[in-house]
Every structure is written in C-alpha cells, then in structure tokens.
Design a protein around this ligand. Sequence first.
Ligand code: AMP
Length: 391
Amino acid sequence: MNSLQSFDYAGKRVLLRCDLNVPIKDGVITDDGRIRASLPTIQYLVSQGAAVIITAHLGRPKGERKAELSLAPVAHRLGDLLDMKVTFSQEIIGSIEAKNVKAGEVVLIENIRYEGAETSKDESERTTLAKELAAYADIFISDGFGAVHRKHASVYDVAKLLPHAPGYLVAAEIDVLKKLTQNPQRPYGVVLGGSKVSDKIGVIENLLDKVNVMAIGGGMLFTFLAAQGYEIGKSLVEVDLIPTVKELMARAEKLSVTLLLPTDIVVAPAFAADATPTIVGADSIPADQMGLDIGPVSAAAFAAAIVECKTVFWNGPMGVFEFPNFAVGTKVVAQALTQVTGISVVGGGDSAAAVRKLGFADSDFGYISTGGGASLEYLEGKELPGISVLA
Ligand code: AMP
C-alpha cells in the first residue's frame, strides 16, 4: 500500500475524500471533530504544492439536493480552521471551481450523496460518477475513515481509476484498530453501550475470545437482563435477540471472559430530561419504569475494571447522556478511560460526541476514532472495501 508520502505533489491535482459528516443544528456545526481530524492531510497536501479537490458527504440525502444537508457551512468552518480560503463548489459534476483549482488551493465539492450514484448498488452507475470525480485529478487520497466500510463511488470506485494512497487519518485509524485486534496488551477490556444490541452483536461475537473483560451498558444492557429472566419494565429490549444473548453469555463463561453487567440501574417513569431518577437493583426494575443509565455501584465497578486494563475500546454511551440526570454512568466510564496507562480508544461518532459534550478534551484519551460504523465493522472482522481497494 502506498502512503501519503509516496507521491510528489508539486503541480499535481489531488482528489481527497474526507469525512466531514458533522452534526449540524439550524445551520450551526455542533461538533467539528471530524473537520479537525481532516486537517493534517489537507495541510500536508497544500504544503506540498498540490491543488486539492475535496469530496465528502453529509447525512443521507438519498440522491436529492436537501438544503439542510449542504456542505456549505462545513466549507466555511474548514476555511477558518485552515486559516485559508476554501472555495465551495455547488456543482458536483462539471464543477468549474474544481477544474480551475490551482496549486496550494482548496475546493470543497457539495455533498456527494446528492448524487444517487454515489451509494448505488449498481457498479456501473457508481463507476460513471467515479469517472467524473477522477477526471478532476491526477491522484486520489482516501482520508474519509467514517465511510471506508461503504462501497461508494467516492470511496471505493474512484480508487480504481487513479493512483491512490490513504491519508494520515485513515492510516492512523487502521494502525489503532490493528493494535486492538493483533496482539493487544493485556488485560484487554471492551466497554459497549448505545441503544441497540443488534448493532453490537457482531463485535461482541468477534471480540469475545480476544478480550479479558467485556462490560455492557446503555440501552442494550436490558436485553442481557431480560435474558437472565429479570423484569426490565419499560426499558429498551430486543426480544428476538434474547436467545443470541444467552448463547453469548454462556460462551463468555466458557472462555473465562469477565462479562460485567450492571448490578444497579437508574430508572425513571418516562424517557424525558425532567423524569425523576431512582436507583434500583438490576433485578428489581419496577414494571412501570425504564432504565436510563447504569447505577453508581455499577459505574464504579466498570471504572475499576477499566483502569486495570492496558488496552480498552469503548463504543456507545452507558445511558441517555443527553439528559444530565442520566449521564453519570457515561461520565464515570469516560473518566476511567482517561486514566488508562496503555491504549484507550473511544470509537464512534456518538461516543466521541458524548465525551466532548461531557466536557472531556480529545487529548484526555489515547485515541478518538472518527468512524463508528467503520471501526465496528473492522472489529467484527469484516473487510472494509474502502481500505482493501487501496492495497
Ligand atoms: P447508538 O446510536 O446505538 O450509539 O446509541 C446512542 C444512544 O443510545 C444515545 O442517544 C443514548 O441516549 C441512547 N441510550 C443509551 N442508554 C439508553 C437507555 N438506557 N435507554 C434508551 N436509550 C439509551
């Protein structure tokens, strides 16, 4: 595989795929972590005299121009962070700005997913779009880690048409993920949360025989409690996955993996910021209440296990961190991760946004991954098309 330094960029035109898929509320970017993570590669290319044409997506416009999913505010923020002019091109195909970009200049093209061909299952449709993108440039640099698990035109097909290499971000993400899967330092702990167990089953299955400790929080923990026959009240549950969860619990025991499940839960009568929180035992959730966070005893137990580990991967909040009354579990776990002396990795857009919202700095953690889906698929042992194509 080439590296970013494999090419001489002077006078060359570079098509750069970035992940600029940031949360935007009423036209305001609420977390610019992914834009910041894209800066080193852009700055390197500019410093080497390349003309840089950036392609990226925002949300899921499904082939339609939706004003609220325009990358225009991102172009603005990118310019501010780079401290240089970033030209925004509303046109995706036939962009005059992309054709005219000069050495040392940066153009950001509008949301690539406005083009239905970007995400098409039909390879020939994707290739047609990829050819349009490839025509802008001499070299393709893939740095949009959050999209590398997708066989999309600007991620996958275009790499077949131009000399290519991963950018700094993609290279760094892969490096970290390798540390989590190949010979991790032990003890190795994985902390999983978030709303759905179905999103995490693949990761649990693939990592169970590689870890020493697996801690489960978030909405997904109630499927584990239900699998043990406990009353879970109105909590989130995926009933169809109870048999799978039972099998996983039995497998964990056989492998002598410590499966940490909460022993106390913060419950409330409704899913609301002002709902009254009560702490109950995990085996005594009242029928008219729902679990919205792990309890303090469990949070302390999770934290104690985490700080002992030399490698930790965390994906998914422990509770409804958006409501301060139910954010304590997530905060305690995040705090423990900052104390890990080995490698601590926060995976996923949501978890990254959660730790920033709770007041932690990126530098408090060993590594904050920009790609939730991509890192989870890697940890599930799946091939990432946007990475394989760079080989
Ligand atoms: P995910 O999208 O799967 O990463 O999950 C993140 C979401 O899970 C956050 O928005 C949390 O509010 C939510 N969440 C965490 N714990 C719970 C819970 N106990 N009940 C409902 N939602 C939860």
